[in-house]
Design a protein around this ligand. Structure first.
Ligand code: GL7
Length: 815
């Protein structure tokens, strides 16, 4: 339906035309007069109008893509945590003012309308969210770059807090349909599992025939990725698993109804659920199936499209296609691409290997040993018989080469094997099969080179590089903090908003000294704090004091992220207030949020502790307005968008060396919060950017942690014995202080009996000191606002536009 002139590129142009189109669409979707429509109808109508506009541009882009003039980037990732899309589309189309004004005039509540969109939680945390930011930036910069992943029927669980504990509820995100995807059944492909591989000579050449396999259909659902105010529309392709025939008819006809049903549900189970653990390797067969599923389906379509537009030849493939693998979950891209090139396209092994390496690049996202994927050989061999043979051959040739070049280094050579100790080492496969391997922050990349992958670095020094993560300012600042956006526009002009141009925010620096500017900055923060306070009051019934410091730690709950350190400090403050209720302390509100993996018992204990402490503190009349603790349930992208703009202190307190980068730290900084953190991950680069005077750092360095660990850890008991504050607090964890049933023996034991793996007690005293320093600086509001402005001014390098430009220069070389 054309809304205005058919000849104009944009169908919806003027406000008046939009108004008419919107009313008409609402009436179409509701079958009622506009005045009778519900918020749901209005949401559906706006979503449809947006999609109509974007799909027209999308078609133009897709035909450009078919011509294969430019190099294409494909992000293979098992997670894409995209968040709500409606508002992002509206903003990227440049429709924001038009939509806001029109809806306002029609008496439609735009915020409520947006809240109708179910936030698709197709990721666990940082790794999946990074992909969503990268898609946004890639499109904003006009690069052809697409996502390839899984369309999970159930995303990450919804978290409820009941009796202070995390309870997981299924997230049925598709229950009312999803307006931003287009299913393409004609582009479905078959993925083959299990079966046997037979060799046969055809025309004098050996061929590998895979037979008796279990086929599963992969059906693509495409979501458009619209660039910011440009004409690029890329795609996020998510695959859904279906049985090849809805029923296995022959089995059904023979009367085996249950068996036929079983096949159907086995096939569908592959895209049924997102594994809910970040940083945890589960080694389950279903997960391996998922990994091969999107790798196989994704590569098949890319290869088909490439060949179609290149006269059936794959020769130029590596010059036109970048396959970027996000952590090791898609590492099967390496043997699968080899299988296609050798078995299906008939290339010699060496040529195929060269093409594979040139096409694939790999980003590592963690050094935690428990997250490194290692599949049992027999599982891979059985599920993917031909792929496994190829892995074996890659491994054999690699070890042969190593032993040839480094005959004196047999032990080191073997330690780098893909196949060893009965397992397939996925990181080794990814490194050996890629031309580029990068970490996600300078410190992380250094640890990869010097510790985790040091043997590989010695052999392939040129392969290793570093690209510091970034986040999209369009969602996490311009979209979620409109007050700040307008202030920046008014102060330094609007150029900073151009994609790739965020470093020009440095023009703000002179204004950091300007009292009038700082006052405005403070007013905006105050309004954002009130917005968050309102949300918390409505959802949890807790009343916050907007005059207190909002000190925030929101991220997955994990021992290495040390939410425990935070809450121990809260207990300390509470103890101090109990013994001296009139103490002159700066009022503070601690806000925490995050999900724990359902099987991660310790992390769930930490959630319980936070909630128990919150209950006690918030209900104690002694502390009055001076101390509040809130655990916000169900942290997700939409909740995050309310929290970051309201934060004043950004807690980034991981054990040094453990957090690869962190990206929350960047989102806080962009919104003017000051980082209180360890020298870990990208915190180090934040410190470099803003200078040590504009950040609060504390604690052990990564080298100190490493040195302790290589010498058997430190003695946590000694720290405990020399600090009476810790004696009191740890005692309270187990002596019934928080209520008869509220003991925390597991946490107590981890700190004292098991020697405190994450150095919580060791870093406690420096953490308390830096918290005191931060509170004292806060008393000087002029100084605080100045620091805040300096942080915003230097946040440009943490835009994902910069990350994508770095990848372009260092890895993909699209131009
Ligand atoms: C992570 C890292 O822990 C995190 O520091 C990083 O910012 C993120 C994106 O690179 O990747 N690695 C990982 O496995 N998860 C992460 O969030 C789940």
């Amino acid at each position: 339906m054309a809304i205005t002139d058919k000849n104009t590129k944009h169908k919806v142009k003027t406000k008046e035309a939009f108004r008419k189109a919107f009313i008409k669409k609402v009436e179409e979707v509701s079958g009622e007069d506009f005045s009778e429509s519900t918020t749901r109808h209005q949401y559906e109508a706006l979503a449809e109008l947006v999609m109509e506009e974007i799909t027209a541009e999308w078609a133009v882009n897709n035909s450009r893509l078919h011509k294969m003039e430019e190099k294409q980037i494909y992000f293979f990732s098992i997670e894409f945590l995209i968040g709500r899309l409606l508002k992002a589309y509206v903003n990227n189309l440049g429709w924001d003012t038009m939509v806001e004004e029109t809806l306002d005039e029609l008496g439609v509540d735009y915020e409520a309308l947006q809240a109708e969109e179910h936030d698709p939680a197709l990721g666990n945390g940082g790794l999946g969210r990074l992909m969503a930011c990268f898609l946004d930036s890639t499109a904003a910069l006009g690069f052809p770059g697409h996502g390839n992943g899984i369309r999970y029927k159930y995303g990450l669980f919804e978290q409820k807090i009941i009796n202070n504990e995390q309870v997981e509820v299924a997230d049925i995100w598709l229950k009312n349909g999803y307006p931003f995807e287009i299913v393409k059944p004609d582009k479905a492909v078959v993925v083959k599992y299990n079966g046997d591989v037979r060799m046969e000579e055809v025309n004098g050449k050996m061929q590998f025939i895979h037979e008796n396999y279990d086929p599963v259909l992969a059906v693509p659902y495409d979501i458009p990725v619209k660039g910011y105010r440009n004409d690029t529309v890329n795609s996020l392709r998510l695959w859904s698993a279906k049985p090849v025939e809805d029923f296995d008819l022959s089995t059904f006809n023979q009367g085996h109804f249950l068996k036929a049903m079983q096949r159907k549900s086995e096939a569908e189970s592959i895209s049924q659920i997102l594994y809910p653990s970040d940083h945890g390797f589960e080694g389950k067969l279903l997960r391996l199936k998922q990994e091969y599923f999107f790798v196989c389906a994704g590569l098949k379509r890319i290869v088909r499209r490439y060949k179609k537009h290149n006269h059936g030849s794959m020769d130029g493939f590596p010059d036109k296609i970048c396959i970027h693998i996000n952590d090791t979950h898609p590492a099967l891209c390496v043997p699968e691409l080899m299988r296609i090139l050798v078995d299906e396209e008939g290339y010699d092994w060496d040529i195929a290997w060269d093409m594979t390496i040139k096409s694939i690049s790999f980003t590592n996202h963690t050094v935690l040993p428990e997250a490194l994927e290692k599949w049992p050989i027999d599982m891979v061999q059985k599920l993917l018989p031909r792929v496994y043979q190829i892995i074996e051959e890659i491994n054999r040739r690699f070890i042969n080469d190593m032993n040839w070049f480094y005959p004196e280094q047999v032990d080191r050579n073997y330690s780098m094997a893909i196949l060893k100790d009965g397992q397939v080492h996925m990181a080794h496969l990814a490194i050996i099969g890629s031309h580029s391997v990068n970490g996600v922050a300078e410190l992380h990349s250094k640890i990869l080179r010097e510790e985790t992958f040091k043997d590989f670095y010695a052999v392939f020094p040129d392969r290793f590089t570093s690209v510091t993560n970034g986040v999209t300012q369009r969602r996490f600042m311009m979209g979620s903090n409109p007050g700040l956006k307008t202030l920046l526009d008014d102060t330094i002009g609007t150029d900073w908003k151009k994609p790739g141009n965020m470093c020009s925010l440095e023009a703000l620096l002179p204004h950091a000294e300007d009292a009038a500017f700082c006052k405005k900055l403070a007013d905006i923060k105050r309004a954002n704090k009130e917005r968050l306070a309102k949300y918390i009051k409505e959802t949890q019934g807790i009343i916050l004091n907007p005059d207190s410091i909002f000190d925030v730690q929101v991220k997955r709950i994990h021992e290495y992220k040390r939410q425990l350190l935070n809450i121990l400090h809260v207990i300390l403050t509470y103890n101090q207030l109990r013994s001296n209720p009139n103490a002159d302390i700066v009022p503070k509100t601690y806000i925490l949020a995050g999900k724990a993996a359902p099987s991660y018992v310790y992390a769930k204990e930490v959630i319980r502790l936070i909630n128990v402490v919150a209950d006690r503190v918030n209900n104690d009349p002694l502390v009055k307005d001076k101390l509040k603790v809130v655990f916000v349930p169900n942290f997700n992208v939409s909740v995050a968008e309310i929290i970051y703009p309201a934060a004043e202190i950004s807690e980034q307190i991981s054990t040094a060396g453990k957090e690869a980068s962190g990206t929350g730290n960047m989102k806080f900084m962009m919104n003017g919060a000051l980082t209180l953190g360890t020298m870990d991950g990208a915190n180090v680069e934040i410190a470099e950017a803003v200078g040590m005077d504009n950040i609060f750092t504390f604690g052990l360095s990564d080298t100190e942690v490493y040195n302790y660990n290589t010498h058997g850890g430190y003695r946590s008991l000694e720290v405990y014995e020399s600090d009476s504050r810790l004696q009191e607090i740890l005692g309270q964890l187990i002596n019934g202080f928080f209520g008869e049933s509220a003991g925390f023996q597991m946490i107590y034991d981890s700190l004292l009996l098991h020697n405190d793996t994450y150095f919580v007690l060791k870093d406690f005293a420096p953490y308390v000191d830096i918290q005191d320093i931060a509170s004292n600086v806060y008393r000087d509001q002029k100084q605080w606002q100045k620091m805040s402005a300096i942080n915003i001014a230097h946040s440009g390098i943490f835009s994902s536009d910069r990350s994508i430009e770095d990848y372009e220069k260092r890895v993909w070389k699209v131009k």
